[in-house]
Design a protein around this ligand. Structure first.
Ligand SMILES: [Zn+2]
Length: 320
């Protein structure tokens, strides 16, 4: 030990030079090794049975190498998946296109110097329909559920980031908004810890507003493109439901809300066209009406449009 210490210090100096970061990394590594050597010597002195000695040393070594924290294993899987995606986007294989008689047409790869990474253009807001954020974090970190979200916001306002914004989370699923049918490929999913019955907490909404401001700025997301899961998938999903404060969001520039003073909708107002123009899939008109009312009316979510609902729709659709 006494002999090796000056040698190690000399090595650190030679490897790191004047780089303070490399020096720090070398020191941490050196002190870890030093600790192991110390344990080794103590154990060797105190034990005569070499088998026990080797086993205990091996156990200590394994314990020190094993991942820490409740999500360390899933973090490791995340990193391994990332590596496979890197390999995927490194591929430079030209498309093997074929003509009408099945003969390959000439093709080849020429890498350009002008390119970037695709950005998300929509934000989809959900409620978790679960009882705690721990339950949701567990749901999103086990493979069999096949679901995830970019962000989860706990009742106390804590924001958990679970998927890099440039990657695709399994959150929106099957649905249609305007002409978009693969929302997972172009959106960010935000899950709010809420069981679908209780009000959202102030802390959650405050954190959400800060997060949305960041996302809108970073990815230049249009105001109209902040929508709910219910809007994208009206036949399947009720979230984030009529308790969600869309009006508050709209006043901050995330999504739209009707004006306080509403004009009377004209007699020939085509509500089906208006719903489609906003983005709703009207192939099931009743489901589309309920989804619209969950978002823009909220006080009543029956599948009929009252005069007030028509006035709201007439007011809102002109904003799109
Ligand atoms: Zn959802």
């Amino acid at each position: 030990m006494v002999f090796y210490a000056p040698c190690a210090q000399l090595m650190i100096k030679r490897i790191s030079g004047n780089n303070i970061f490399i020096k720090a990394a070398c020191c941490i590594f050196y002190f870890k090794i030093k600790t192991y050597l110390l344990i080794l010597v103590i154990l060797q002195l105190s034990m005569k049975n070499s088998t026990y000695f080797i086993l205990i040393f091996y156990a200590i070594f394994l314990a020190s190498c094993s991942p820490k924290g409740p999500y360390a294993v899933t973090d490791k899987v995340y990193k391994e998946k990332l590596k496979s995606f890197v390999e995927l986007i490194k591929r430079q294989i030209p498309d093997t296109l074929k003509d009408t008689i099945g003969q390959p047409i000439p093709s080849g790869w020429v890498g350009t110097v002008n390119f970037g990474i695709r950005k998300p253009n929509y934000v989809i807001i959900h409620y978790t329909a679960q009882d705690s954020v721990q339950e949701t974090l567990h749901t999103f970190t086990i493979a069999k559920t096949q679901v995830s979200a970019h962000y989860v916001i706990a009742k106390n306002g804590t924001v958990y980031h679970m998927v890099n914004d440039y990657l695709r989370a399994n959150q929106a699923g099957v649905g249609k908004w305007g002409s978009v049918t693969d929302m997972n490929s172009c959106s960010l999913g935000i899950e709010i810890d809420n069981n679908g019955k209780d009000p959202f907490t102030d802390a959650q909404i405050n954190s959400l507003l800060l997060l949305l401001a960041d996302l809108k700025k970073n990815y230049n997301i249009p105001q109209a493109n902040f929508i709910g899961h219910q809007d994208y998938a009206p036949k399947r999903k009720p979230d984030p439901g009529p308790l969600f404060p869309w009006k508050v969001l709209a006043t901050h520039g995330f999504g739209y809300w009707s004006d306080d003073i509403l004009e009377l909708a004209p007699d020939d107002f085509d509500y089906n066209v208006a719903l489609r123009l906003i983005g709703y899939d009207t192939s099931d008109l009743k489901a589309a009406i309920v989804a619209f009312k969950r978002h823009f009316v909220q006080a009543d979510i029956t599948p009929q449009l009252t005069q007030l609902d028509l006035n709201v729709l007439y007011n809102v659709y002109k904003k799109y």
